[in-house]
Design a protein around this ligand. Structure first.
Ligand code: GLU
Length: 462
């Protein structure tokens, strides 16, 4: 019987919460739920210059919005607390001291300039750079500022990757690397495996950019005498439209808060993210998270990077919107259009439902209700038809269907096609070329306002 599954994500609060964090969290959650395991949120905040508590809050908010809740974390506690790395500095320092005592790490007094000179020399001699071990073999005297370097044992480093299979790295190619910086803070390369081991992680599921870090981290786990996680999984990178790696810095659109603001539904984004890099092996494209928990396997995760496809996300989001009941859709749209009263919104929903990809698009369709568009000038040919429209609708019940019936009659009498008859009305009422069907556009406005706008356009000609 193997140990209960324990997995984690370790986001750094150095900017907005981004898509990559959501994607990694999702795969961890799917695996943890599949195996009845525990999902931990560890905050990787050892970069003292770039961390901000408000960024940590954004991580919490985004993950909660997506429904990717964690079992252990800084805000929840748990058996291996603290879960914020900045609160674990003593542990890293003690573990580094233990490595030094065991002869597996050493103090390095080299200055940046000296290291730069070494690197340049290697370049000149066209050999791959590795630290010279000067401070191991022949430490300088009288210096006090030092970093701690791990003495890389070399040799073959093997591990099981659940996506890529058996992995091998040649440890002889890895130079002694820094585990504690001269400011006494640990490097990511050190803090991460120490915590993975002490927090008893059984599986490490993270982005592919960390694949090359795994041999470094495994050597440290071995040197410290900890048990290794059973397996790793390195998930495909998310690529931007142009094929470059989606990054916080270069791609502000990867900000999770923006997805929420534009009205992507969390369930739809989860569904999309699962399919981005994983293939269910069937034609099915719409999955609830429970279905994903049942269907997900690492064997079906692709190795290559996964290009973000807005069109597909929009399609999936639209499918989720159309699957909602009218009441639920109205509830979800409401925060985007606080100016619109409940009953108007409820009447708009059936027309919105078939048109929206994103909830925020409701604003484009409905803002004519609380703004007054500048009436376009209409010509002598159009004006009589606007008059006919006023005639037709002014005595019918103020609901979409009766208005539609009355307008259709007027169109038939006018001798022009529907488009020619309706487009000027749309323009006058909304100031836009695209709107909800004309009978909804009219019915959603209070009757006096609709008639006023139409009459005003005629008067403007007189
Ligand atoms: N802070 C790292 C990141 O956000 C954590 C990587 C890991 O999971 O080890 O990429």
């Amino acid at each position: 019987m193997s140990d209960p599954v324990r997995v984690r994500i370790a986001p750094s609060p150095t900017g907005f919460a981004h898509l990559g964090t959501a994607s990694t969290a999702l795969y961890n959650v799917l695996f943890a739920r599949q195996r009845g395991g525990t999902f931990t949120l560890r905050i990787d905040d050892t970069d003292m210059e770039r961390n901000r508590p408000e960024y940590e809050q954004l991580i919490y908010e985004s993950l909660r919005w997506l429904g990717l809740d964690w079992d252990e974390g800084p805000d929840k506690g748990g058996p291996y607390e603290p879960y914020r790395q900045s609160e674990r500095l003593d542990t890293y320092r003690e573990e580094a001291a233990r490595l030094i005592k065991d002869g597996r790490a050493y103090r390095c007094y080299c200055t940046t300039e000296e290291l730069e000179a070494e690197r340049k020399q290697a370049q000149l001699e066209k050999r791959a750079y590795k630290y010279s071990r000067r401070c191991l073999n022949n430490p300088p005297e009288g210096r006090t500022v030092f970093a701690v370097r791990f003495k890389v044992p070399g040799g073959d480093i093997k591990f099981r990757d659940m996506v890529r299979g058996e992995m091998h790295f040649d440890g002889d190619l890895i130079g002694d690397f820094i585990i504690i910086k001269s400011d006494t803070y640990p490097t990511y390369q050190f803090a991460s495996p120490v915590d993975d081991a002490l927090m008893k992680m059984t599986h490490v599921i993270r982005g592919e950019e960390h694949l090359s870090n795994t041999p470094y981290q495994l050597m440290l786990i071995d040197a410290l005498g900890y048990e290794r996680p059973e397996a790793y999984a390195h998930m495909p990178l998310i690529l931007a439209q142009d094929g470059s790696k989606l990054s916080k810095r270069k791609h502000p659109e990867s900000n999770l808060a923006l997805f929420r603001e534009q009205g992507y539904m969390p369930e739809a984004l989860i569904n999309y993210l699962a399919l981005l890099g994983w293939n269910p092996g069937t034609e099915q494209e719409i999955f609830t998270i429970e279905q994903l928990v049942g269907a997900f396997t690492f064997e079906r995760v692709q190795h290559a990077g996964a290009r973000f496809d807005w069109e597909k996300l929009n399609w999936i989001n639209g499918e989720y919107i159309r699957a909602l009941s009218d009441e639920e859709l109205a509830r979800r749209i409401k925060p985007f259009v606080p100016q619109v009263d409940e009953s108007t919104l409820q009447r708009a929903v059936p027309a919105l439902k078939t048109r929206l990809h994103k909830l925020a698009q409701a604003v484009d369709y409905l803002d004519y209700l609380w703004t007054d568009p500048h009436p376009p000038a209409i010509d002598g040919e159009v004006a009589p038809r606007v008059g006919m429209a006023i005639e037709a609708v002014q005595h019918v019940e103020w609901e979409p269907e009766p208005i539609e019936a009355a307008l259709e009659k007027a169109v038939a009498e006018s001798g022009v096609g529907k488009g020619k008859f309706y487009n000027p009305l749309r323009d006058i009422l909304t100031g836009k070329r695209v709107s909800l069907p004309i009978h909804f556009t009219i019915a959603l406005l209070p009757k006096d306002v609709a008639l006023f706008r139409l009459q005003r356009a005629i008067n403007a000609r007189d």
